[in-house]
Structures are given as C-alpha cells and as structure tokens.
Design a protein around this ligand. Structure first.
Ligand code: SF4
Length: 391
C-alpha cells in the first residue's frame, strides 16, 4: 500500500486543512476538530488522514488473532434497549453453561490453536460472584495456555455489588483465578443524555471508567468500545472519545479501541436502521484521529461484515479481530456474518486489502506457529503501555 505523507493527501474539504496541519505537527485534536471530522463530506480525505496516522504507527501491518467466545449465561437483570442477547430468568431462551460445558469449550479452543478466550455475558439474578470466578478457573484448568480476556466493566461493577466488595478486590480475585485482561464492552455512549435513555440502570460512566482505571493500576490491559448509530449525536460520540483519551493519558492501559456498529434486530430499538457503510468507515477514521494515545483501532468484522472490515484497514484500523467461534451477542441482534472465518481466510482478506497479516496474541505479541504448536514472540505494534504488565 503506497504511503502518502500528510501534506500529499488531497483534501476536497477546506475545513480539514487546519486538522491536517495539526496532525502533521503531531498536535492533539480538539472537541471542535472532532465535530469537523464528523461533518465533513470528504470521506476519502478523512480516511486518508486516518490512514496516514495508522501507517505512521503500524506501517503496513494488520493484526488478527485466533480466539473463541464464551458467553456463560444470557440471563441478565438489566434490560438495555439495544440488547438482543439477554433473557429473563424463566425465558425459554435462558441458559447457564455448566462446568462441563465451560471446560469443553476451553479444551476445544485450545485444540484448535486459539490463544484467547473472550468471555462476556449477562448479569444473572441468582448466581454468586464465586460462580463467575469459577468460570475463569475452569477455563484455566482445562486450557492453561489460553489467555482469558473476561468480563466487561459492567459485569465487574455488578460483581462488586453482589459480592459487597471493592472493585479492586473483585479484580484481584479474578486475577488469582487466571484473568489476563478486560474486554472493552459496556461503554456504549458515556454522555448521560444518551446513557440514561438506552441503558440507565447499568454501571454509570464513572463506574465504567473507574473499573478500567483500577484494572490498569493492577497491571491489566483492557480495550474500549463505543456503540454508535442509534440515538446518539456527533457531539456525544466525540465526548465519548475524549473521555477515553483522558483516562488513557492517566493510565496508558488501553490497547485497542473498537467502534461497535449498532445492530437493531430483536432489540427494543428495532425501528432504528443499521448504520451505513459510510458511517462505519467514518467512525473508524475518527477513532484513529482522536485517540492519539491508543495504539490499536479494531475493525470488528463480526459486526461490520468482512467486506467493510477489509476497507476499514485503509481508514485507520490496524486490527481485524480474530477467527471468532461461538459469537452469540451480535448474531442474536441480526449480524449475518459467519460464526467463524479460518485463519487462512483472514490472512487472504488482509493481503487482498494490501496489508501484511500478523497473528498476535491478546497482548499484541507475535504468535509463531509450527504445525499445531505455537509460541509467543516479540511485542508488535506500538509501544509497550504499562511497564511490566504483559502477562
Ligand atoms: S447489554 Fe449486557 S447488561 Fe445490558 S441487557 Fe444486555 S447483557 Fe444485560
């Protein structure tokens, strides 16, 4: 992929010129700059700016991993408007995985060469905190080499409530059981005008940020998300990104930002159409440009579709997620992507997009494979963030 310097990019919208100058000088973009990016009709100019930053950070590399999802229960006390995954206690769709099922899923993941198990689920009315700790322990016993990326900040805050514990103590119990990092879910939109309307009952913005701040202090890396394309407006999205950027300035613990496209099917917001491909690419580019201190931007293909994810690799994204198996949350909400794409197919899609595929583990270290065996190599993609925290 040909690299363009900032000053070689052709911009059709003159309002992008001051932003180009700032980016060229390595200056930080403001809230007002974010609104200009949101409103510019020059999608290709915006994408080219984001691509220049992405290539400055990662060259031509595009990362992926081999992982499996595990959603231990779909029973949830909350009723977020956008959620098609949750079930009531007595719902015929309700399930709680057994210990044997959790162990089997972990063993299957290990047998097919996965380096990561991504665990998120509902907040069950009756299960104690110790059950969620056990899920992590069962996974690590069944598949010791697998990195456990588990429980969103919303779940961690729920555990603190039901366990009557401090967030720090919840995280320490989970780390003792084998937790390796936190996923970025549950962030949705931080601005109270939106959060209170779509998911007012669950962890507040302050709590979400506090969980990640505490996790980073304990040496855990985490990811961050933003759910876009529903009732929020441009200023809510930029506000969201700036809150993440401020926490990252403080801790340096976020690895990856993942813009999540709203999927309306089977949710209580079914009347809202899915975000367009233009919006998907715009969010990717804006995430890359505003979050100047977060190393990676992920195009989560399960939500975006493989074709948009491929294009996103030229709009600021440097990561395409993994060869996901057993994904339930977005498929329940109408995602028509496959459950699994082979590593060969992911590599082919990345190469077709003009990038160099690099398999990484959860903590962005190169994965080296020989036959069925794999080992962790050197760190890739961006500076180490939390000293001594790659586990
Ligand atoms: S998004 Fe999470 S917290 Fe909200 S209803 Fe769904 S499972 Fe529960």
């Amino acid at each position: 992929m040909g690299r363009l310097a900032m000053n070689e990019i052709r911009l059709c919208d003159p309002s992008l010129e001051p932003i180009r100058r700032k980016l060229g000088a390595g200056e930080r973009l403001s809230f007002e700059d974010g609104l200009v990016l949101e409103r510019t009709p020059d999608l290709l100019g915006l994408g080219a700016l984001a691509n220049a930053v992405r290539e400055r950070l990662h060259g031509n590399a595009a990362y992926y991993n081999i992982n499996t999802h595990l959603n231990p229960t779909n029973v949830c006390v909350y009723r977020c408007d956008f959620c098609a995954f949750r079930a009531d206690l007595n719902d015929e769709r309700a399930y709680v995985m057994t210990e044997a099922q959790v162990r089997e899923r972990a063993q299957q993941a290990q047998a097919r060469g996965a380096t990561e198990l991504h665990i998120v689920g509902g907040l069950h009315h009756k299960l104690p905190f110790s059950w969620y700790v056990d899920v992590v322990r069962w996974v690590k016993q069944a598949a010791p080499a697998i990195h456990v990326k588990a429980y969103t900040a919303v779940e961690i805050e729920w555990f603190a409530k039901i366990g009557r514990m401090a967030i720090e103590d919840v995280l320490k119990r989970l780390i003792d059981a084998g937790l390796g990092s936190l996923p970025g879910g549950g962030a949705e939109i931080f601005h109270p005008e939106v959060r209170e309307r779509i998911c007012g009952a669950k962890a507040s913005t302050e709590k979400w940020l506090e969980v990640h701040r505490t996790a980073h202090r304990l040496g855990l890396h985490s990811n961050a998300t933003m759910l876009y394309g529903h009732i929020e407006r441009a200023e809510h999205r930029i506000d969201h990104l700036l809150r993440l950027r401020a926490l990252q300035d403080e801790t340096g613990g976020f690895q990856t930002f993942i813009p999540l496209a709203f999927h309306p099917d089977n949710s209580r917001m079914e009347e809202i159409p899915k975000p367009s491909g233009v919006m998907d690419l715009r969010m990717m580019a804006i995430g890359r440009l505003m979050l100047d201190n977060v190393p990676h931007i992920k195009a989560y293909w399960v939500m975006l579709g493989l074709k948009t994810a491929q294009v996103a690799l030229a709009f600021g994204a440097d990561d395409i997620d993994g060869t996901v198996v057993h994904e339930k949350i977005y498929h329940e909400a109408g995602a028509d992507t496959p459950q699994e794409v082979s590593a060969e197919e992911i590599r082919r899609l990345i190469e077709e997009a003009g990038r160099e595929p690099i398999e990484r583990d959860t903590l962005y270290r190169r994965v080296e494979r020989e036959g069925a065996a794999w080992q962790i190599g050197a760190a890739v993609g961006g500076p180490p963030l939390l000293a001594g925290s790659r586990r």
